[in-house]
Ligand binder design. Structure first.
Ligand SMILES: N[C@@H](CCC(=O)N[C@@H](CS)C(=O)NCC(=O)O)C(=O)O
Length: 200
């Protein structure tokens, strides 16, 4: 699609982060898309806004059933998976030991295993992504895939193949390069989060 966008990156977890976010975003959170003076917050709303401009099939699957399911699993991500999100913060370039397994974390992992393998089996014939060709559902699940790698969490079969396909995708590899080039570090420990700039 190659939309002409300019990125403003706000490093999270610094003392000045909230003030910076408040100065550009009504919710003091990212992502936020500003397009022709319209401010759109919330990742799902951003995906829908872009889908209205894109060619059919570029953002959501072409098939009506697959499109409805893609929206359902994207909403499920948007509002759920609180345990894996809070216990395994996204950190593309780091590798951490897996946190101690709890029933809630186990349940998140089991649901992702079942969802990804089920979608691949039912809708995945035309390519390596959840609905075959890339869709916004993959954008919602890419951060989750990276958590499986960062924390060495278990995945098997078609779900593991899906995660591998995401991590080998050229667009993800570009994102990973950008993450590796970030000049700051963030650490999550028992005493909370700390951050700083790497020495050059
Ligand atoms: N429901 C929102 C969630 C936005 C959100 O929680 N963003 C986090 C980063 S993933 C954030 O900006 N946090 C601000 C902070 O940690 O100071 C969406 O999907 O867009």
């Amino acid at each position: 699609m190659n939309l002409p966008v300019e990125e403003i990156i706000v490093p999270l977890d610094f003392p000045e982060t909230t003030a910076k976010l408040k100065s550009i975003s009504p919710t003091a959170k990212v992502p936020l898309l500003i397009w022709d003076g319209i401010e759109i917050w919330e990742s799902l709303a951003i995906a829908e806004f872009i889908a209205e401009w894109a060619q059919p099939g570029e953002v959501w699957p072409l098939d009506a059933e697959a499109r409805a399911i893609a929206r359902a699993v994207s909403s499920e991500m948007h509002s759920g998976f609180q345990t894996i999100r809070s216990m395994c913060s996204m950190d593309i370039r780091a590798r951490h030991p897996a946190p101690a397994m709890t029933p809630a974390l186990e349940a998140d992992i089991a649901r992702l295993q079942t969802m990804w393998s089920g979608l691949r089996a039912k809708y995945g014939k035309g390519g390596p992504f959840l609905f075959g060709a890339w869709s916004a559902a993959d954008a919602f699940y890419t951060p989750v895939v990276t958590r499986f790698r960062t924390y060495g969490l278990p995945l098997t079969g078609a779900a593991a193949d899906y995660a591998a396909a995401i991590l080998a995708d050229p667009l993800f590899l570009k994102l990973e390069e950008q993450a590796k080039a970030e000049p700051w570090w963030i650490s999550y420990g028992p005493d909370g989060r700390s951050s700083g700039y790497l020495k050059t």
